[in-house]
Structures are given as structure tokens and as C-alpha cells.
Design a protein around this ligand. Structure first.
Ligand SMILES: Nc1ncnc2c1ncn2[C@@H]1O[C@H](COP(=O)(O)OP(=O)(O)OP(=O)(O)O)[C@@H](O)[C@H]1O
Length: 499
């Protein structure tokens, strides 16, 4: 079951009182005020909103944040196009107008460059964005940006805009031609926010067009910018290939088509037999590599927050590509974790600390990756039709190493025992209830490939990865068992269904 971002407020466990440094949703622009929030949360909404506005201003100053990168681009664009500004068409208010009566935020929007962003995208003359900083080898922006010298800052901007992005600004005519006017027969996927159409460009390139369909125009804009701000900076063989976007007639993100669709559709569909053991192993390794890149090798830490089989696309040679960055956040280095006040994500993949405290960090992705490994091994869904959790079913079997009972019957004996053993022991570590005992993704990769020929036992691995953080200490001090996990799962499900 997928939770929509605004449908369900996270029950608060008074994290502030327990001493954890909390932070408003400073990085996730999805988090607008939720009218369905319980009273306690609603009472806080005014100050949270003010804080949010302040945070937005702070993000705009940081050229490495999604908002900062776009703002920087727009500042530059308005500098370079200042002479022609008189001729500019009026802003596309429709896309950004907010019905919110909050005067402060209206003022913020009036002075914001976001309107210009949409205007830029809409201009036919600008077909290519040169707005996003390079993905690698970028100038050390944060360091140099400390200088108050406008000349130096000008140089930095110059560096940024010299980057020739290959992102394309499609017109709605391009998109309609490619998808045969959004012919329903071309729908290849439906998610919580979007319909995805396959299409073909005049030069023959196959594309997938993600058309945002759910929510109000404001919510769609927030979702669009949130995903765009992350994917435009992500470039790895195991992440979805973003080509460009179109903001005419709605919000559209354009990707290279992954011909085999998602891992979820294959694993739980009629073509399951295509997923031989060696392909499953390849998918596990590739996904781990992609996630390690997001957590540890990007300019900023990216937490995906919705790792699941449906969000792993497959190329024709079964190379996995992580997609759907709609919930992803950038986490500042100095922040141990991020606290959210609303549930977003997918049932069956939630880590206990997310249930308990709304804590989001790399380890919540690691937990979801562990569930994904279990899906690959067992062929079961994360949550089956009767809402039974795969984690709770598999845990006792993992503990007593009943591997034959775990393995997908459709594989028969067609699997590599050593690889299977690595996958099961890694899965077992990833779904540890205490995030402290879960490995980092770089450790996961090592475990999966059996580095140095050593297959680590969970006990050995636990000893190796002991690295306590404050939040981990706190979590560890709370006795968290399967009963509590189940209770939390039920409670969150009830809240989600009630709202
Ligand atoms: N590039 C692509 N190539 C092929 N299929 C795709 C592609 N992108 C998306 N899909 C299909 O569309 C589905 C939905 O896409 P996506 O997850 O991005 O939408 P969403 O609305 O954000 O979904 P969610 O509810 O998971 O947040 C995917 O599970 C996949 O089956």
C-alpha cells in the first residue's frame, strides 16, 4: 500500500522531549500544511510555516541544494536577460499561484524566482537548460561561495552556467507526438502521483513520460520540483536516466524508457521466469551500487525514502535503475538524520525508527533495501494480499538459517548457493530493528560481493559495524520487537485509512 504524501500525519512520540535535535522539513518541499493533521500538529503549523519560509530562504543561498541550484540559475538568467525583461510575457501565475492566505508566504512567492523558472521553461526560444551544476568535477561551490566578493561569486556562477546540460525542455506538442496524444494504450505505469506513458521521439529514442496527475496544481508543482531538484543532479548507471521535462499542459518528467519495466511488475507478474537467479543477483548488486552512490558519492547525501521493487526499473540486460525521486531528500552532512512529521512511502518497507520517531536517514533506505533483497530471494511481496509483512515472515527463517524455506519455489534448485547465502545474511543485517546494527550501503556492497572471499556471519558483521549515533543510542534503548512492530504497522495503517 502506497501512502500519499499528505494523507497521513505521523503520530508524534515527542522526539523533541527525548533530546533528539529535530528539524522542520527543510529539504522536502512536499511538506505543505496538512489540513488533516491532528490538533497538536495543526496548532504548530503557523510557526512551522514561518520556519519553512526561513528555511526556503536559506536553501536559496545554498547553490548545492535543489532549490539553490535552480535559484542560482534564475538569478543568472535574469542578469543575462535583463535588457529584454520589458518584453517578457507575464509570469505563469497559474502554475505557481497559491491559494494560501498566508501573507508572509505570498510575499516570499512574489519575490521568489520560482515564477521565473516556469517562465523560462515555457519560453520556446530556450530549448536547453544550462542551469544545473555539473554532476561531478564541479567547482567547490560551498568553499568559494563563502567569499563576499561579488566578482568571485560571479566567476562561480559562470562556472556553473558554462556547464552544458543535456536536459531538454520539451513542448507539449513534442510530448503529444511522442505518446500519440497520451493514448491510454501507451500507459506503462501508474503510481501514487503520476501516470507514465511510453513514447518515441522523432529521432527514434524511446522515452517514458511521467505525467503528474494527482493532487492540486500546487501539490503537483511541489512534487515536480522536488523530483526535478534531485534527479537533475543524479548520474549513475543504476539510476533512471532523466532526459528533460515539459511544463505545458501540466507537469511532465521525461526519462529514457526502461524496456522491461519495473522489477515489481516482473517479479510479481507473468514474466517471473525471466528473473533467473543470476539476474536477481545482478539486480541486487546494481541496486546496492546505485544506493551507495546516492548515500555516499553524490555531492550531497541523498536519501531516497521509497526504495521498493516498483521503483527499480530494468534495462534490456537487467541492469537495475533506481527511479521515482519524488520523496527523496538531500541531507546536510552535519545532520545525523531528518525528522518528518508525516508518513510518506510504502507499507512493508518502513524501518521501525520511522514508525517510532519519524527518523529518516541512510539506514531507513538500508532497511527498505533489505526488504527488497527478501523480495528477490523469496519472490514474495513486501506486504501480501492479506497485509502480512514479509519481514515478519522471513525473520524467524533467517534466524534459524532455513534458507531452503526462504528461497522462491519458482527457482527450483537453480541458484548459486554462495550468492544466496550472501544475500540472505545481508538481508538479515539490513532489516535489523536497531538501525545501529544495519550496515552502510558501502558495507552492503562488500557483503554482497563477498569481498576477499569472506562471507561475514551476521554476528561478525555486527561487531564490525558498531558505530553509535545519538539517535541510534536512543533507538537501541527502546525495546523493539516483532509485536511492537506489528502494532505500529496496524496503527499507522488505521491512521492512513482513516484520513
Ligand atoms: N523510465 C521508465 N521506463 C519504464 N517504465 C517506467 C519508467 N518510469 C516509470 N515507469 C513505470 O511507471 C511506474 C510508476 O512510476 P513512478 O514510480 O515514477 O511514479 P510515481 O507516481 O512517483 O509512483 P509512486 O506511487 O511509487 O511514488 C513504475 O513503477 C514503472 O512501472
Amino acid at each position: 500500500m502506497k501512502l500519499s504524501p499528505l494523507c497521513c500525519a505521523l503520530p508524534m512520540y515527542n522526539v523533541k522531549d527525548s533530546g533528539i535535535a529535530t528539524e522542520e522539513d527543510s529539504l522536502d518541499i512536499n511538506h505543505t500544511t496538512n489540513t488533516q493533521q491532528p490538533n497538536a500538529l495543526r496548532m504548530n503549523s503557523a510557526s512551522a510555516h514561518d520556519l519553512r519560509c526561513l528555511e526556503v530562504e536559506k536553501e536559496k543561498q545554498d547553490p548545492r541544494s535543489p532549490r539553490g541550484a535552480l535559484e542560482a540559475c534564475l538569478t543568472q538568467s535574469s542578469i543575462s536577460s535583463s535588457s529584454s525583461s520589458i518584453d517578457d510575457p507575464p509570469l505563469n501565475r497559474e502554475a505557481i499561484e497559491d491559494t494560501d492566505a498566508d501573507a508572509q508566504c505570498k510575499n516570499h512567492r512574489a519575490s521568489s524566482n520560482w515564477g521565473k523558472f516556469f517562465k523560462l521553461w515555457k519560453r520556446k526560444s530556450i530549448k536547453r537548460l544550462s542551469s544545473f551544476p555539473p554532476l561531478s568535477g564541479a567547482p567547490s561551490i560551498s568553499k568559494r561561495n563563502k567569499s563576499a566578493d561579488p566578482h568571485i561569486n560571479g566567476l562561480i556562477l559562470h562556472d556553473i552556467y558554462d556547464f552544458q546540460s543535456s536536459l531538454h525542455n520539451f513542448s507539449i506538442t513534442d510530448i503529444e507526438m511522442a505518446t500519440d496524444h497520451f493514448n491510454p494504450e501507451n500507459i506503462i505505469g501508474r503510481g501514487g502521483y503520476a501516470e507514465v506513458y511510453q513514447g518515441i521521439l522523432p529521432e527514434g529514442k524511446l522515452i517514458a513520460v511521467k505525467r503528474l496527475t494527482k493532487g492540486t496544481p500546487d501539490e503537483q508543482t511541489a512534487e515536480f520540483l522536488s523530483e526535478l531538484g534531485i534527479i537533475a543532479h543524479v548520474d549513475h548507471p543504476n539510476t533512471a536516466k532523466f532526459i528533460g521535462c515539459c511544463i505545458e499542459g501540466g507537469m511532465h518528467l521525461v526519462f529514457r524508457l526502461s524496456p522491461l519495466g519495473s522489477l515489481g511488475s516482473l517479479l510479481h507478474g507473468r514474466s517471473k521466469d525471466k528473473l533467473t537467479w543470476s539476474r536477481r543477483y545482478k539486480v541486487a548488486l546494481g541496486t546496492a551500487d546505485g544506493l551507495m552512490y546516492l548515500h555516499e558519492s553524490c555531492q550531497r547525501r541523498i536519501i531516497h525514502r521509497d526504495i521498493k521493487a516498483d521503483n527499480i526499473l530494468l534495462t534490456e540486460d537487467f541492469q537495475p535503475q533506481i527511479c521515482d525521486f519524488g520523496l527523496a531528500i538531500w541531507l546536510p552532512k552535519q545532520l545525523m538524520h531528518h525528522n518528518v512529521s508525516k508518513f510518506e512511502g510504502t507499507f512493508g518497507y518502513f524501518a521501525p525508527e520511522y514508525f517510532m520517531h519519524g527518523i529518516v536517514d541512510e539506514k531507513t533506505d538500508v532497511f527498505a533495501f533489505g526488504v527488497l533483497l527478501l523480495e528477490l530471494i523469496t519472490g514474495h511481496r513486501a506486504l501480501d494480499e492479506s497485509q502480512q509483512s514479509l519481514v515478519l515472515w522471513a525473520k524467524p527463517l533467517l534466524d534459524k538459517k532455513a534458507i531452503r524455506e526462504l528461497v522462491d519455489p519458482s527457482l527450483g534448485d537453480e541458484y548459486n548457493r554462495e550468492e544466496l547465502s550472501r544475500l540472505t545474511s545481508t538481508a538479515s543485517l539490513c532489516i535489523e530493528q536497531s538501525s545501529l546494527l544495519r550496515p552502510k550501503m558501502s558495507q552492503v556492497v562488500e557483503l554482497l560481493i563477498g569481498k576477499d572471499g569472506v562471507v561475514m556471519s551476521p554476528r561478525e558483521a555486527k561487531r564490525k559495524i558498531l558505530q553509535r549515533t545519538y539517535s541510534e543510542e536512543l533507538l537501541d534503548s527502546v525495546e523493539y520487537n516483532s509485536t511492537k512492530y506489528l502494532r505500529d504497522l496496524d496503527r499507522i495503517r488505521e491512521i492512513a485509512l482513516a484520513s
